[in-house]
Design a protein around this ligand. Structure first.
Ligand code: ME8
Length: 519
């Protein structure tokens, strides 16, 4: 039986169009999902949109529309982008979906049955931008002396009747959970969460009465749930909670909630506490990735530097964007991007290194061997190149991807590509054509073996391009998983089948920077 693997992204606020941070998180999750599938696991992958709350209600009001209209339109824009980015999600959840309302009511009732909810009055600070309550002592001072949330967003004083959740009751269990190795990564985020809990955990206001855009509290129609209560519940809605069933048994608890660093508190304090209260298992891991900055600066409407990820796809193609983001940014840390950096990296590493390796090898096989493969005996040099490639593709890259060190795994892969290119230069198969045609065949076919492994290994990152290379090599679609990397018989089978290499088409053409007004 395949090991099940459940991965989720945060669900995104559809109060505007998706930005590069949304694309980054979802691409990373897709790389993980594809990687785990290639490792032979049965993967379930969920993403979606977080449609309730004041932030959505205010934005819709400002636009003169209903929250539902805004959610419909923008959720569509997210879905469209994710489809363009080749995101292989199994469910795109919308928190306005009917089954999600049902799941949210069910977890509420479970917490209520536990005696963890009570009615009282909330008086304190709220940030609509963060959809978060803050203690007075957490606030910082803005330039004009105004109070701001720790994230630098405006806060408003709120007083209303609300339901409270007995968060304080779970403090010890939460600290224990946070100390569990592997629960929260990178570990650098752990101390902040423990300090937050140990600073005195207050009960959490979990309903609102001053507006009605949300999931109604069971039995109290004048209350809607605090948006994070319903948002977090999306992770179990998608598995059939509260009805249970095969999917629930197989996939809960989740293997990984992939989220950004700004929402770690919600995922490693509030969410586990809700689950503990409802007697449900907590997720195995929460990973808080870093932020993507535009030339080192946070994108914002006021800074006028917001990039539409669709434009990057139009200009450079999906796989180039995916490769750049995964190879360039150390996962867990903040990273910077620009069109120049993307073009330089993709041209150097994909077009000039891997693309060129595949293109010149296949061209020479096509031209000098009539495209026909033959059995051959590799010599010591051939074997040592293949050993380098196997080590990178079978061992290092999978090990690093398993622990979410994508840039490190890709670097090992790239070093193997460089080793292949150095081997081509040393062996000079074009010169061997006249002097030693048999040796030329051995060199080209050694490279053929290497390219197949390199293309299989990098599939999660550049799925379309690596497929194109594998198609040109004649590798069947059922021979493309990580398990197949150790299969020795595939080449002999290809030779026996009389496979012929067609004239190759470059899979990784060089990218050009678009002309700008000042260039
Ligand atoms: O927080 N770089 O939604 P959201 C990288 N609805 N990641 C970024 C980013 C950036 N510049 N900006 C945002 C929410 N993100 C809630 C989540 S989950 C139950 C509810 C990440 O649309 C951010 O950290 O503001 C989060 O993980 C995701 O994008 C959605 O952010």
């Amino acid at each position: 039986m395949a090991d099940p693997y459940y991965i989720t992204t945060a669900i995104h606020y559809p109060n505007g169009k998706p930005h590069i941070g949304h694309a980054y998180e979802t691409i990373a999750a897709d790389v993980i999902a594809r990687f785990q599938r290639l490792m032979g696991r049965e993967v379930r992958f969920q993403t979606g949109t977080d449609e309730h709350g004041l932030k959505m209600a205010h934005k819709a009001r400002d636009l003169g529309r209903t929250p539902r209209e805004l959610a419909d339109e923008m959720s569509g824009a997210f879905k469209e982008l994710f489809d363009r980015l080749d995101i292989t999600y199994d469910r795109f959840i919308r928190t306005t979906d009917e089954d999600h309302h049902k799941a949210s009511r069910a977890i509420w009732q479970a917490m209520e049955a536990k005696g963890d909810l009570y009615l009282d009055r909330y008086e304190g600070w709220y940030s609509v931008r963060d959809e978060a309550y803050y203690d007075e002592k957490e606030l910082i001072e803005g330039e004009a002396g105004e109070k701001l949330s720790p994230q630098g967003t405006p806060v408003e004083w709120t007083e209303e009747e609300t339901w409270f959740f007995r968060l304080s009751k779970y403090a010890d269990q939460l600290v224990e959970l946070l100390n569990k190795p592997g629960f929260l990564e990178p570990v650098s985020r752990r101390n902040e969460m423990i300090a937050f809990i140990e600073g005195g955990l207050k009960d959490l206001s979990v309903s609102r009465t001053s507006f009605d855009w949300g999931v109604k509290v069971p039995g109290h129609d004048n209350h809607v749930m605090y948006v994070w209560v319903d948002a977090l519940t999306n992770y179990i809605t998608g598995l059939g909670y509260p009805d249970g069933g095969e999917m629930w048994d197989k996939f809960w608890p989740a293997n990984l909630h992939l989220i950004g660093k700004d929402i770690v508190r919600f995922h490693t304090v509030y969410w586990p506490a809700f689950l503990m209260s409802a007697d449900l298992p907590v997720p195995q891991k929460v990973f808080g990735h870093g932020f993507l900055l535009n030339r080192g600066v946070k994108e914002s409407k006021s800074a006028g530097n917001v990039t539409d990820p669709n434009e990057l796809v139009d200009l450079f193609g999906v796989d180039s964007l995916r490769y750049f983001l995964m190879a360039e940014v150390v996962f867990g840390k903040d990273g910077s991007y620009s069109a120049e950096a993307l073009v330089n990296k993709v041209n150097a590493e994909l077009a000039n290194s891997f693309g060129n390796l595949a293109q010149r090898t296949l061209s020479m096989i096509h031209k000098n061997m009539d495209g026909k493969l033959e059995d051959f005996s590799p010599n010591g040099e051939d074997k040592s190149l293949l050993a380098i490639v196997r080590e990178a593709c079978n061992v290092t890259l999978p090990k690093e991807f398993e622990t979410l060190n994508f840039s490190v795994g890709i670097e090992a892969w790239l070093k193997a590509v460089f080793a292949c290119n150095a081997y081509v230069d040393e062996q000079a198969p074009w010169a061997l054509k006249k002097t030693d045609p048999e040796r030329m065949k051995a060199v080209l076919q050694t490279l053929f073996l290497a390219i197949r492994d390199l293309a299989i290994a990098i599939q999660p990152v550049v799925p379309t391009k690596s497929s194109a290379v594998l198609d040109q090599l004649g590798v069947k679609s059922d021979g493309r998983s990580y398990a197949d990397l150790s299969d020795e018989g595939w080449f002999t089978a290809l030779v026996a089948a009389g496979h012929v290499i067609d004239k190759p088409v470059p899979a990784f053409p060089r990218l050009e920077l678009p002309e700008t007004e000042d260039s």
